[in-house]
Design a protein around this ligand. Structure first.
Ligand code: SAH
Length: 233
């Protein structure tokens, strides 16, 4: 990361960065880039990793601050986005990274060890199945998801993991109008309420949004459905 990138990041975080944070973020960029050349981990060229992965993830950090230690689950984390940058920038937060691809989870385990990320756990599994496991059901204060399916499906995959009073942050980059208006009937069923969105511009004229949903009550025990059913609706 160059000086200019560190300044932009500090502005988003609303604080200065510590040298060890810069070093860890830099190592993470190296690991992704190495992973890309070996296994085609993400489609993003090295010079764009800072902006598309690190900076984009950093926009969540000011939304996650809380007094008491809390937990976050990043569903469909892929190469660890946004979960790994968040875990580096918020070392007191317990961060669980979940992906259904074993190849990606292997990368996450290796990277977590290499970077010495003590607040990170990696899980190989499907969100809709973990949601019915009492070790994970309604256990997390925050859930993040970027690049995971259409919004109604994303919300069904995530809501079972979030505790009552917790929050889902869905990161979206395309035009949101279509996805958001289909939610009216779905939200009460998923025990969710939509709160205010955060909008920001990451690249010139490329709007990104963090859609925020609060968990209002325990989820009905038959939800979430199997992926076969979710994907058909
Ligand atoms: N969040 C990352 C990756 C997005 S790609 C990023 O923004 O770069 C979506 C990822 O979700 C893939 O790695 C895929 O394996 C994973 N995924 C898809 N469905 C899932 C499910 N039901 N449970 C857990 N992971 C899932």
């Amino acid at each position: 990361m160059n000086k200019n990138q560190i300044t932009v990041l500090a502005r988003v975080l609303q604080r200065e960065l510590l040298p060890e944070e810069v070093a860890k973020l830099q190592s993470f960029i190296e690991e992704i880039s190495l992973g890309n050349s070996q296994t085609n981990l993400t489609a993003i060229p090295k010079e764009q990793i800072f902006e598309r992965h690190i900076l984009d993830s950093a926009y969540l950090v000011p939304l996650l601050t809380a007094d008491s230690p809390r937990s976050l689950i990043d569903v469909g984390t892929g190469a660890g986005i946004p979960g790994i940058p968040i875990s580096i920038l918020l070392p007191k937060l317990s961060v669980t990274l979940v992906d259904s691809s074993l190849r990606k989870v292997d990368f996450l385990v290796r990277t977590g060890t290499k970077l010495g990320l003590k607040n990170v756990q990696c899980l190989h599994g499907r969100a809709e199945e973990l949601s019915h496991d009492s070790d994970h059901r309604e256990r997390y204060s925050f859930c993040t998801a970027r690049g995971l399916r259409a919004l109604p499906q994303l919300l069904e995959l995530c809501t079972g993991l979030v505790e009552v009073g917790g929050t889902i942050f869905a990161m979206k980059s395309q035009d949101l109008a279509d996805e958001a208006h289909s939610l009216a009937n779905l939200l009460p069923e998923l025990a969710l309420r939509k709160n205010e969105d955060s909008l920001y511009v990451l690249e010139p004229s490329r709007y990104h949004a963090i859609l925020t949903f609060e968990k209002l009550a325990p989820l009905s025990p038959h939800l979430p459905r199997t992926w076969k059913k979710i994907s058909r609706s």
